[in-house]
Ligand binder design. Sequence first.
Ligand SMILES: NC(=O)c1ccc[n+]([C@@H]2O[C@H](COP(=O)([O-])OP(=O)(O)OC[C@H]3O[C@@H](n4cnc5c(N)ncnc54)[C@H](OP(=O)(O)O)[C@@H]3O)[C@@H](O)[C@H]2O)c1
Length: 342
Amino acid sequence: MRSVVHTRPGEPEEVLTLREQPQPPRPGAGQVLVRLLVRPVHPGDLALVRYASGPAEQQSAGRIPGVEGMGVVESVGPDVRTLRPGRRVAVFPAPGTWSDFVVVAADLAVPVPDGVGDETAALMLVNPLTLLTLYRALENALHGHKGPVLQTAAGSSVGKLISAAAVRHDLSLINLVRSTAGAERTRALYPSQPVISTSDDDWREQVRRHSGDDGVRVVLDSVGGAMSRDLAALLAPGGTLLSYGQMGAGTTPLESLPLVARELTVRGATVLRWTDRTPEERAEDVAFALELAQDTPNLLEVAASYDLADFKAAVEHARRPAKSGTVLLTTPPATDSRNGAA
Ligand SMILES: NC(=O)c1ccc[n+]([C@@H]2O[C@H](COP(=O)([O-])OP(=O)(O)OC[C@H]3O[C@@H](n4cnc5c(N)ncnc54)[C@H](OP(=O)(O)O)[C@@H]3O)[C@@H](O)[C@H]2O)c1
């Protein structure tokens, strides 16, 4: 069994290594052991490698990145009745998916319908559930209005899901990207939505032309850093800066934002708190994700696939500018005895 591990926080290229172990872990009560076939390299996975700190013993034993993936149930804990060995499943949250095997609670392993391919299944939980998380926060911040909303990194995998949802829900969305080429790509996908590149000197004026003088009601932001100040300045009085990622460089002091004078709200949102939802709510969300995977698999785009052992090349590709879609790490199917559970 192979796992990608790190024993200290740091740049992924520097701290990640491949570890071989003779035996996979055993599932306990209520758990299943999943032989993973495909798992994504999300920006959040890389951020956690950089900043994660855990109990000292976990760090010295090695932390395995990854929270999502798909594979086949290898074995089940004594009391698990809902899943049998051989079932194809997608898992989230399942810490440690950058490994040939992961143990996960049986109720967090979602059976994958036959019509959904392995790569789509590996991407069908985190980003669609992030979309739902953001959409709920957005509705809360919009108080019944239909926008205008500004989103950053509109060409990202999550950004494209937001654009597609905006079309479906008739939401007034302005897309912000960081390059002219990125603007062209995003415009081709969502021609009804304005697309502006921050490489244009007058990008703030362009946003104001689309939002009206009042400004936008909400900014959906995954860039942050030094850009937060400009984004806050584009908000209408009473507007909300909704932060869900931090890909940008630099920082913005809270005191430099016109929070008081313009009664702005700054809030965060994360899919990593999704398990706080009730089992019924989670089942509804998973049904949404399954429908999206079946009906619009193109929204779960793959940038490239690499074998788990080639994780360094995969990480480099995942951070490449102008990449479209998500990079995957794969394990050959079970017939390859090198990856066997025996
Ligand atoms: N809070 C949550 O629960 C949650 C869940 C999922 C994702 N996220 C966040 O959502 C964001 C997008 O994730 P993803 O998987 O959709 O990403 P992705 O598909 O890998 O795409 C990354 C995008 O970000 C753009 N980008 C990268 N660095 C940038 C910078 N410094 N300034 C402006 N744009 C930049 C890239 O633009 P180019 O095309 O120009 O290279 C690309 O379009 C990330 O911040 C991630 O952490 C958060």
